[in-house]
Design a protein. Structure first.
Lengths: 217, 217
């Protein structure tokens, strides 16, 4: 049965980006440490056209298991296009993922701009959905068949989906850094949301905490 | 060798209390879920004069191991007195811990008010330190002999100690709730602080993440 999952990396103190983000340092001060667990990860590197990395540890296994389970992705427009600029000024942007994006699956992009689907190398097709998060998830469910729909980010799209009760499972990759300030995970919900622990995996860099979000389906 | 440790419970999204805290709900909206892992914990209940609880799970083992390792505590004045009121109006307050506090060890309380030590039942002695966090840690180190000094809270005292490079090890107990807003763990550091993962323990309710904070001694 198709589950809707969210995965997101945060600092131990709950930030998905550090303070003072700039174009050169979009993750803010200290934010590059958030994704160190991915950058040294053989599975992740191979999918992004890079060699090397460590292929045997738990951080790596987490990426493999997630990829294996996923049948379609949903993402926000900024995650597709790399910010406001390219999307607005380029009539036919490819996003910042290049000609052979690392998804190799259908990807549904939330946007306000209607646009034809964009089929790229390696099986990645970006489909642009203007009907909101529920419509995007509905299309992604169909495309995923029996596999999962993974909401890949950004944090605002993940928050919308969690707040609307549309998410079955949430995995937080906890990076070993205190950022102290910055962009919070799921900033400003209206109400607390209870979680049911499913699994904890301990990588050499990140801890991976998975929860079920109950009661909505 | 004596280590200085900090332990603190936070929500998955990085809050140590929810929004809209009141005297009746000092942990804010949804905040009571933060400490559910302790309330059902046989070791914690026994130390607080309560019966029952589950004595066999990993959440319980975490409490036992922490107690076993600890030789002295440091805490802030609000954690001792239960807020501003009692301390200011009562010339000889016992804090809100009762006649037989659950510490059974020397406890060093950070305060601006000089005061004689307070020896209570069961081996708990509160010593009041007006010389700041470094002085409190120095006295606690002597009292702890070869065991650890545990900074028991609140979050502001823990933050001071971490920011000043005085902490060897940090354990965050992650509670299975998204609070969405409230009081952040270690609010507003000046700079990111890198951590080295030491251990991850998976209780039925909480995940317990332990890190070494390097390079300061």
């Amino acid at each position: 049965m198709t589950r809707v999952r969210v995965e997101i990396t945060m600092s131990l103190d709950g930030y998905v980006a550090g303070p003072a983000a700039t174009l050169e340092a979009p993750l803010g001060a200290g934010g590059e440490q958030l994704h160190e667990w991915l950058f040294r990860n053989a599975s992740w590197r191979a999918r992004h056209g890079l060699g090397g990395g460590d292929g045997t540890d738990a951080d790596n296994g987490i990426v493999d298991a997630s990829v294996e389970a996923t049948g379609a992705y949903v993402m926000g427009r900024k995650m597709f296009s790399g910010g406001e600029g390219p999307w607005e000024s380029d009539p036919n942007p490819r996003g910042w993922w290049g000609d052979d994006p690392p998804f190799h699956l259908p990807v549904f992009v939330l946007t306000h701009h209607e646009r034809e689907p964009l089929a790229l190398q390696g099986g990645t097709t970006f489909t642009f959905v203007t009907g909101g998060i529920e419509a995007a998830l509905e299309q992604a469910r169909s495309a995923a068949a029996d596999r999962d729909v993974l909401i890949a980010g950004g944090a605002d799209v993940a928050r919308q989906a969690v707040a609307a009760g549309l998410v079955d499972e949430l995995t937080v990759h906890v990076a070993p850094v205190l950022l102290g300030d910055g962009v919070r995970l799921f900033d400003s919900f209206d109400a607390p949301i209870e979680l049911s622990p499913v699994d904890v995996a301990n990588g050499p860099i990140a801890a991976h905490l998975t929860y079920r979000i109950g009661g909505h389906r």
